[in-house]
Design a protein around this ligand. Structure first.
Ligand code: GTR
Length: 330
């Protein structure tokens, strides 16, 4: 084979994450999987995948490794999902919020106040419901992804230049929401004007006043530097949305059964490891944010709960049985 043709084949195989593409060329069959995250290096979700990559490298004697592309280097979450679907990216770590438009049923986790608290959410993702939804995301029509595991993302609260303690405070405020109609409608029900926007556009939108605020967990407020613009986080606690990490189905199907089993095992470990990293980073983030002058103010959660009841009815009624099982998870 001519050298150029061989190189083209080699890079195509690499991009697909194919571990053995040319029989007999053992020295060359190292693969580097691309992983991507919107957060920077050191953030719990990023760190958990980096650690998973190191374990993978050790377990395969260097045959497989993971190259992390953090900080939205490969675009926002919608773009990451698309790249994973075509096999240009192997591992995408995204919010379940971004998966709602792909696999409708996971929108149950995107409903306002569907979990009582973070401990409740953890019980649900660790148990049979979590397992079933991973399978649904893997086998759902048009998904083209293999859902490997869950991660924690705390509780989302509104942040802006001013406090938002009750629905009336949100009147006339444009609040960025993730690109999923359910979230825009949730914000509208909460009293504000929901604006769907990619995460990659948010920092400058906050800076230029295209939006008046956003909603997220404290670690994100810190890691994405949004706190330099929005100094007040109101504890609305309206959403507790887990994250997931998915593998490109196209790349997955090219793996040996042994490699698939190894990845699944390491993914389960990454899910638990990220949780420990998450708890530590959440504390650190709150301390750093307070030191930087960010105020955390209490909000009337009962009023926001009541205001968002129509959203739970509209989006949740077709999954009533699943929601009941979530409620019954103690
Ligand atoms: C963060 C999450 C990101 C992204 C972001 C957003 O909490 O970690 O994956 O979904 O929220 O609001 O878009």
């Amino acid at each position: 084979m001519k050298k150029r043709a061989w190189l083209a084949l080699a890079s195509a195989a690499l991009a697909l994450g194919v571990s053995s593409f040319a029989p007999g060329v053992h020295a060359q069959n190292k693969v580097v999987w691309k992983a991507s995250d919107v957060h920077p290096m050191g953030y719990p979700t990023v760190e958990a995948i980096v650690r998973m990559g190191k374990k993978l490298e050790t377990a395969t004697n260097g045959r497989i490794s993971i190259q992390m592309y953090p900080s939205m280097q490969l675009g926002g979450e919608k773009e990451m999902i698309e790249q994973a679907q075509i096999g240009a990216l192997q591992i995408a770590r995204i919010s379940v919020g971004a998966m709602g438009p792909v696999v409708d049923e996971v929108n149950v986790f995107n409903l306002p106040f569907v979990f009582r608290d973070e401990a409740h959410m953890r019980k649900v993702i660790d148990g049979p419901i979590g397992q079933e939804l991973l399978e649904r995301m893997t086998n759902g029509p048009g998904s083209r992804l293999v859902a490997l595991g869950w991660m924690d993302a705390g509780t989302r609260n509104v942040y802006a230049k001013k406090a938002v303690t009750a629905p009336a405070d949100l009147k006339g405020m444009k609040i960025r929401m993730m690109g999923n109609p359910l979230f825009v409608e949730t914000m509208n029900a909460m009293g504000g004007n929901g604006v769907a926007m990619g995460f990659n556009e948010l920092f400058s939108a906050l800076q230029t006043g295209v939006v008046d605020g956003a909603e997220n967990n404290p670690p994100t407020l810190l890691a994405q530097n949004h706190y330099t613009v929005s100094k007040v986080m109101s504890l609305t606690g309206h959403l507790i949305i887990p994250e997931i990490f998915v593998f490109s189905k196209r790349s997955w199907d090219a793996l040996s059964k042994d490699d698939q089993a190894l990845v699944k095992k390491l993914a389960a470990e990454a899910q638990q490891e990220q949780r420990v990293l998450w708890d530590a980073y959440t504390q650190e983030a709150e301390t750093k944010l307070k030191a930087a002058g960010v105020q955390f103010v209490p909000a009337d959660k009962a009023a926001f709960y009541k205001a968002t009841q129509p959203i739970r009815e509209k989006y949740g009624s077709k999954y009533a049985a699943l929601i009941k099982r979530i409620e019954d998870t103690k």
